[in-house]
Design a protein around this ligand. Structure first.
Ligand code: ADP
Ligand code: MG
Length: 837
């Protein structure tokens, strides 16, 4: 790539031209963007059963000749719609921002310089630089090609690699040789293309539409929530009818019209209290906000449902180099065999790229320079041939023509290089033992060899065809990242197995694994063994193993499968073109944002912007927190609805007349206005429990609403019901208080309890004050508290109370309500205390 830049003098479009062209041709999108319509959004909200109920209730009030109540209802309808639309709009914005962050980038030449732009902004006439691992972003002519090979299977359906070049032009073929197509994949080499067609105009755009419109998979969590909603809805419908009948029967002395209206009204009240509209909202808000927070911590979730899977991860397969280690190499040791050190260094340097990208090669060049072998000395002459590095061969070489002779300088894994050298057994043994000694220190060992030939025609076609002179070994250090040791310990506590995958040799890997504290670091499976084992055998083998050495990317898919067959939920990192299959197979495929290829990023569920192992661990931890919070929010919704639903249900049973009801429809909407934001916004912000990384990963088949959670929520709800309804009933019946006062007491209790409930339920083991301390600087939490108190004041102590059929309470009444609220919620703290004992 670097070489390319130098040899091509391309100015490209100016930014101004690009802007004009974009106005003319639009964005480079395969699927035209859908316009969001505000009206449609509101209509969607209106379609929900909750609003139909609200509207019916409002209408009934008008029919009953109580237009004031009707208008109040309508105002509330508007308020609820507003909250819903705002919330949905915010979620959409968040998701859009996330999408933009993960939008594919391309390198173009504009104004004479290479710049990275979002692929969407590409216009016809742009010059795009493509290289291995890049997905071609638009149709275009090849302007420059360097070993350029493209996999066009996404267009043709056949997995053939097509070599592309500038000159050849056979127009009769469907796919031209000097032309490349959007959606195809660069598998080798590099090149520059001049964009011809973009977006829907491309070949891929023409056929691609149907491909990209495939429906999103419904995740287990979504399914569970759908079931939950359905069950609740059925119960609501059943109780609705029950209440209609009972109320109707009770009102035997009234006329038919009154009976009907009255019974429908109380039934609607009940239905409003029972409709589980919050559940889907919780899911989208908590997941999308969770993803957003992760993005700010360098972890980009590409598929929202992955957030829920994260918390269940039980095996973490990570690349050693760059993820566990820093990928900052340093030459630590050199050992030569019958060669003087300068010769060795020269050969080592000549086997590197001229402008190395690989940190290991950078370290080698730097080492040469420190020993007074400059780059000019190394790279004088002409590079006549390259034997490029492949994962399979694990070695590479350069053929340099200097003065009269030709030098082949090669380096690679000692086994492979030694196989090309003519060494007797004794020497072979001493090389091996030196290599072992270096590896055991956690160093990466590379062998260097060379060959001198006279004629250019004698240059072997590939490195395997060379007969090399062995020069020696170089050992490089790549220290582990600072935080890795700590993170691996945390993973072990959290029941997450960390597996190291590397192309490096087993002893080096083992030494590093030992250094960072990976358990079972003496058991190693090599790539060779994987090839020999069947899937069944591998499945058994992987159980006690946490190091895979000398692996090629193709092995990774089998490693993932083996763990999955053991029932594990597997996260796997990858950066190369060949890692895509493993990333797709893994439950969580993690691509590297910095050094990863476009293809790996596309196949991944998660992109790691800083390539850091610690970020993976943080992400898993946060995945657990997010899942916990969904669970807590769902439990909360159950709890808080029980007193509301039960009081609506009990009123007709106790034969309380309709104007004496504890909760009229307005009050239910009022409470709904508090509950809605609480369950999503407040629970979304709950901090992780201290013990979150001390428990084992959750069983991925576990239902979000466990029996335990349901039981707890129901008990909490019933206690709250007894407290609020009890007070109301006592005030009404015993003290003969006006219904407004009795009702206000009960509603106040529910509102205060609501605040306490959030704190108490933020953990099953940690005490409420602890979660409150963690959140004491959270503005949103404080606003919720302030808004609750303010609304209590406004609702009870201003003329609004008359409209809402509430009444101002005396100080002693407020204190009573406060004390009762505390008792009816905080008892759970005692349970925690007993459990913690
Ligand atoms: P990792 O999985 O640790 O990143 P790689 O796949 O990059 O390992 O490398 C595997 C092995 O290939 C190395 O241990 C080394 O022997 C050899 N190798 C890697 N890069 C080079 C290179 N630039 N030149 C020669 N040999 C290399
Ligand atoms: Mg590497």
């Amino acid at each position: 790539m670097q070489n390319l830049k130098k040899s091509v003098e391309i100015i490209g479009l100016t930014s101004n031209e690009a802007k004009l062209l974009q106005e003319r041709y639009g964005k480079n999108n395969i699927v035209p963007e859908k316009k969001e319509n505000f009206i449609v959004k509101i209509l969607e909200v209106l379609r929900e059963p909750m609003f139909l109920l609200l509207l019916v209730a409002a209408m009934i009030y008008f029919v009953l000749g109580e237009p004031r109540d009707g208008i109040v209802m309508l105002i509330f309808v508007v308020a609820v719609i507003t909250i819903d639309v705002v919330q949905e709009w915010k979620t959409d914005e968040t998701l859009k921002a996330l999408r933009d962050l993960s939008a594919p980038q391309v390198t173009v030449i504009r104004d004479g310089v290479e710049t990275d732009i979002v692929s969407e902004d590409l216009v016809p006439g742009d010059f795009v630089i493509i290289s291995e691992g890049v997905k071609v972003p638009a149709d275009g002519y090849i302007i420059k090609a360097n070993d350029l090979c493209i996999d066009e299977s996404s267009l043709t359906g056949e997995p053939i690699n097509v070599w592309k070049d500038v000159i050849t032009n056979s127009n009769d073929e469907y796919l031209k040789k000097n032309y490349c197509y959007a959606g195809t994949l660069v598998t080798q080499g590099s090149g520059v293309i001049k964009v011809d067609k973009i977006g829907v105009e491309t070949e891929y755009g023409k056929i691609g539409k149907s491909v990209s419109e495939t429906q999103e998979k419904i995740t287990p969590l979504k399914k569970q929530v759908a079931v939950l909603v359905k069950v609740c809805a059925y119960i609501a419908v059943f109780l609705f009818m029950l209440v209609v009948i009972i109320t109707y029967m009770n009102l035997i002395e009234c006329n038919f019209k009154d009976r009907l209206i009255e019974s429908i009204l109380s039934a609607i009240t009940l239905a409003m209290a029972m409709i589980p509209e919050e559940f889907p909202v919780i899911l989208t808000v908590v997941l999308s906000m969770g993803a957003w927070r992760l993005a700010k911590k360098n972890s980009l979730v590409k598929k929202l449902p992955s957030v829920e899977t994260l918390g269940a991860v039980s095996v973490l397969c990570v690349d050693k180099t760059g993820t566990i280690t820093m990928n900052k190499m340093k030459v630590k040791d050199i050992w030569t065999l019958n060669t003087d050190i300068e010769d060795f260094n020269k050969a080592m340097g000549m086997a590197c790229e001229i402008d190395p990208y690989d940190p290991m090669e950078q370290a080698m060049i730097e080492y040469c320079e420190r020993n007074h072998i400059t780059k000019d000395m190394l790279f004088s002459g002409t590079l006549v041939k390259e034997y490029s590095f492949t994962n399979e061969s694990k070695m590479m070489g350069h053929v340099w023509k200097k003065h009269r002779h030709i030098i082949i300088a090669a380096k690679g894994s000692p086994e492979r290089i030694m196989a090309l050298c003519n060494l007797d057994n004794k020497v072979r043994k001493s090389v091996s033992s030196k290599m072992r000694e270096m590896s055991k220190r956690g160093l990466r060992v590379i062998a260097v060899a060379k060959m001198i030939i006279e004629n250019e025609s004698d240059i072997p076609k590939n490195l395997e065809g060379c007969s090399l002179d062995f020069l020696g070994l170089v050992a490089l250090q790549d220290p582990p990242r600072d935080t890795v040791k700590e993170d691996i310990k945390n993973c072990a506590n959290a029941g997450i197995k960390v597996v190291m995958i590397t192309g490096d040799n087993g002893m080096t890997a083992s030494a590093i694994a030992k250094e960072v504290g990976i358990a079972g670091n003496e058991n190693i499976i090599t790539g060779e063994m994987i090839d020999k084992l069947s899937d069944e055998e591998l499945k058994e083998k992987v159980k006690g193993v946490s190091i895979f050495s000398r692996v090629i990317p193709e092995h990774k898919r089998r490693i993932v499968k083996a763990f999955q067959d053991n029932g594990e939920i597997v996260a796997m990192t990858g950066d190369g073109v060949n890692d895509a299959a493993a990333l797709k197979k893994a439950d969580i495929g993690i691509a590297m944002g910095k050094r990863g290829s476009e293809v790996s990023r596309e196949a991944a569920d998660l992109v790691l912007l800083d390539d850091n192992f610690s970020t993976i661990v943080y992400t898993v931890k946060d995945g657990r927190r997010i899942y916990d919070n969904i669970k807590k929010a769902i439990g909360y919704v159950f709890t808080i609805h029980i007193p509301i639903a039960l009081s609506s249900l009990l009123a007709p049973l106790l034969d309380i007349s309709s104007n004496q009801l504890l909760l009229l429809p307005v009050h239910i909407v009022l409470l709904e206005l508090i509950i809605d934001p609480t369950c999503s916004i407040v629970f979304e912000r709950q901090p992780a429990e201290d013990s979150i990384m001390e428990r084992t990963p959750r069983n991925s088949s576990e239902n979000i609403l466990t029996a335990k959670l349901l039981f707890k929520s129901i008990v909490q709800g019933i206690v709250l019901f007894i407290a609020s309804f009890g007070i109301y009933y006592i005030y009404l019946m015993r003290y003969n208080a006006p219904v407004e006062v009795a009702r206000s007491m009960a509603i106040l209790i529910i509102m205060i309890s609501n605040l306490l409930l959030v704190q108490v339920n933020s953990s099953n083991t940690e005490y409420a004050y602890k979660s409150f301390i963690k959140l004491r600087k959270d503005k949103v939490i404080w606003s919720v508290i302030v808004i609750t108190i303010a609304s209590i004041v406004i609702l009870f102590y201003t003329p609004i109370s008359l409209i809402l059929k509430l009444a101002p309470l005396t100080i002693s009444e407020v204190v009573i309500a406060l004390v009762i609220s505390i008792f009816s919620i905080m008892w759970y703290e005692i349970i925690k205390f007993i459990k913690n004992r």
